[in-house]
Write a protein that binds this ligand. Structure first.
Ligand code: ADP
Ligand code: MG
Length: 712
């Protein structure tokens, strides 16, 4: 396997052909490195081999058994073949049963020994293992105690992925260089990268797994923290553009409501940041507005845009999706044009001709505000005098993207709006490069979204409830954790311990595609559509547009809808397998309804009986304040949730920073260490130009797009 590097396509690995490569691609794996970093979703503990006589019914166990009889297969009915044989150990014997696996007659021969892993069941008083997993046992060669279980897609088994992962690791491990400087690694007592990679796939013990995952999480958090520190350093080098003093009355007069105290104070912060104080020097504003969904952040940004325009400067408003861009455009255009602010929309769907027109207007300064998606950071767009950059729902953007947009004008002010309430302890770390303004009050007269937690037993009533909401003229969102059958969930995270995960296979996850079919059968009069992250964005936009205009009654989706689109008519949010989502994420989802006049509801469906899941869902039912939820989340789950960019739908598309390991971190100390280490490193080597930091520099560029050579 010469010449295979981390960047090689998986096709270079022995045994990988076109078909296999395209299956792997469905799992997000393109390169050998992707395979090395494709960590299990669970581990089965098969090390505790027990005697057959000591089995516990329905609890998965490991048994070391000798095959006693040949395999006997019979056709029970069309499409169902049963293959059986007997196997024994010192303490007794059991019947091993496989359904529709006739090939196993070539696997099991009398006298051979296997380690079986499965749930023992008593069938007519006889002990059976049905479709157990099995590994051939050879005297003197120990089998691993823990077996990795990988996320799957149709056509590939966990065992096959395991084999490929082993091949990938074997190919690149010898040349894997550790980006973490040795002294940092030792200071925080972290294992080497190769140890961590090896043990995250094939752990020797719970201890080894924990240590390895901690190391990988540390790397991510450190890179992220470095990005933050470096962005901040970089900005200090520039002077901010002084905006001119002006009165905001013309704006506030036109609003159909009174600003809340919080909104006034945020606008004050912005004014102080951007309008030159009499004596002091102005640095570019780098402020984030943190406020619950619906707390009215947009109008604060509008005030900033107004101040910029009054001072003769242009604003770019960047949002993560085209739908959101359109919505902002529609919402803001009216008010802004009354104030003499010229606004344009620039998105992927804009025609070439229109794009040209807008770009030339931006260049000549005839447009004051441009609203758009990532297209705005394309090199072709240039501004006459960009003075303000606003980004909405910032957790969708990578630090690097923020930095790149900022590069269009080094002195421009930056305002970020985030709907993710962050506990105070984390805010500094997560938004360390930003000054934080918090909105703590909601506009008057908001009715809260009543929240219920139900289990599968309520299915029929739930369907009736959907029907009733639609009959009343409302609309319904249903969020599922995965897209299609066979997937095990959108939360593509690595489990953080071995013990809790043996049983995850039995979890029955709702997937959006099948769910839609079932619901269409159950509620044939309703218009039900599916939306998920693997659709083309034009297709998503069309479906979303039909939902916004009320043509579609029920939208079954993955978390793609989480981003701040406003559908005032939506009155019901149902979240399936609610235990799979983070509290802050559930809170976000709940914020999608109750945005209009309709009384709105949120139903969290979960069959989980685990203590933690129950506590978390109970917190959702009883808490409506985003900050309080965030604090509870932190207490119940550790800091990891705040790194989880949620479903696999959005992460890859946004080009943002994807936290795979940090999102399972349940250790606040590790998190603090990573930020402390970053601070330390940057204070000694602000541009990461020292040799010992070469690995970090490369990692930073790879993960965030931040090129440190621009600093020095
Ligand atoms: P978010 O903070 O989630 O971005 P928006 O800015 O979209 O919230 O505001 C949500 C809704 O509340 C909008 O329809 C907006 O017009 C309205 N709104 C904003 N501020 C106030 C206020 N002070 N009083 C009443 N309604 C308000
Ligand atoms: Mg918003």
């Amino acid at each position: 396997m010469d010449n295979i590097t981390r960047e090689s396509p998986v096709l270079m690995l022995p045994g990988v052909g076109k078909a296999r490569a395209s299956q792997l691609e469905r799992l997000g794996i393109k390169t050998v490195n992707d395979l090395v970093y494709f960590f299990p979703r669970a581990y089965e503990c098969r090390g505790n081999v027990r005697q057959l006589s000591r089995f516990e019914p329905d609890i998965p166990g490991s048994f070391l058994l000798t095959v006693a009889t040949e395999v006997h297969s019979s056709n029970i009915r069309r499409g169902l073949t049963i293959s059986k044989f007997r196997a024994f150990d010192d303490s007794g014997s059991a019947e091993i049963v496989f359904f529709n696996c006739p090939f196993i007659k070539d696997v099991f021969h009398v006298g051979a020994v296997f380690r079986f892993f499965g749930k023992p069941v008593l069938s007519k008083n006889k002990l059976q293992l049905q479709n157990p997993r099995y590994e051939a046992y050879v005297e003197g060669i120990p089998l691993p105690d823990y077996v990795p279980i990988y996320h799957l897609t149709v056509g590939i088994t966990s065992k096959q992925i395991e084999k490929l992962v082993r091949a990938a690791i074997e190919a690149v491990l010898p040349s894997l260089t550790d980006p973490l400087p040795e002294d940092v690694r030792l200071k925080y007592n972290l294992p080497s990268l190769s140890y961590a990679v090896m043990n995250a796939h094939f752990p020797d013990s719970d201890e080894a797994l924990k240590k390895s995952l901690a190391r990988l999480a540390f790397d991510e958090m450190l890179t992220f923290a470095l990005g933050i520190s470096i962005s901040r350093e970089r900005r200090r080098l520039f002077d901010g553009i002084p905006f001119s003093p002006c009165s905001l009355t013309p704006l506030t007069e036109k609003l159909p409501y009174e600003l809340t105290g919080s909104q006034k104070s945020v606008i004050n912060d912005i004014y102080r940041d951007t309008v030159l104080a009499k004596d002091g020097r102005l640095s570019p504003m780098t402020r984030i507005i943190v406020g619950d969904v619906g707390s009215g952040k947009t109008v604060c940004a509008t005030a900033a845009i107004y101040i910029a325009a009054r001072s003769g400067y242009q604003t770019a408003l960047m949002v993560p999706t085209e739908i959101l861009a359109r919505q902002h455009y529609q919402d803001m255009r009216g008010l802004l044009s009354e104030l003499g602010i010229r606004t344009e929309l620039l998105i992927g769907a804009t025609t070439q001709k229109e794009k040209k027109r807008i770009m030339s207007l931006l260049e000549s300064g005839e447009v004051d505000l441009v609203i758009g998606t990532h297209a705005l950071i394309s090199d072709k767009v240039s501004f006459k005098n960009l003075g303000l950059v606003v980004t909405d729902e910032q957790h969708r953007f990578g630090v690097g993207e923020r930095a790149r947009l900022k590069d269009k004008s080094q002195n421009a002010h930056m305002l970020v709006m985030s709907a993710t309430p962050i506990p105070r302890t984390l805010a500094l770390a997560m938004y360390g490069d930003l000054d934080v303004s918090r909105i703590t009050e909601m506009p008057k007269g908001r009715e809260r979204v009543d929240t219920f937690v139900v289990n599968e037993g309520y299915r029929a009533r739930l369907n009736d409830f959907i029907k009733k909401q639609v009959a009343l003229g409302g609309q319904c969102y249903i969020v599922c954790p995965s897209i299609e059958p066979g997937e095990d969930g959108a939360e593509a995270v690595v489990p953080n311990s071995l013990a809790s995960l043996v049983n995850t296979r039995s979890l029955n996850l709702k997937n959006a595609l099948e769910y839609t079919e079932e619901l269409r059968l159950a509620l044939p009069t309703l218009k039900i559509e599916t939306l998920h992250g693997r659709m083309r964005s034009s297709e998503k936009d069309e479906i979303m547009a039909r939902f916004i205009c009320g043509e579609c009654n029920v939208l079954v989706s993955t978390t793609v809808i989480e981003v701040g689109v406003n559908v005032p008519n939506a009155s019901l949010m149902i979240v399936e397998n609610a235990e799979r989502f983070g509290l802050s994420q559930l809170h976000q989802l709940r914020g999608r309804v109750g945005r209009g006049k309709r009384k709105s509801y949120c139903v969290l469906v979960s069959d989980s009986t685990s203590e933690r899941a129950v506590a978390r869902l109970e917190a959702m039912r009883t808490t409506y304040d985003g900050y309080e939820i965030a604090e509870k989340d932190l207490a119940l789950r550790g800091p990891g949730d705040f790194f989880s960019t949620n479903s696999n739908d959005n992460i890859r598309q946004s080009g943002g920073f994807e936290f795979k390991f940090a999102s399972i971190c349940d250790d606040a100390t590790l998190f603090e260490s990573a930020f402390a280490a970053a601070k330390d490193i940057v204070s000694r080597d602000p541009a990461l130009s020292l040799d010992e930091n070469k690995g970090l520099r490369e990692e930073l560029l790879r993960m965030t797009g931040i090129n440190t050579s621009l600093i020095s």
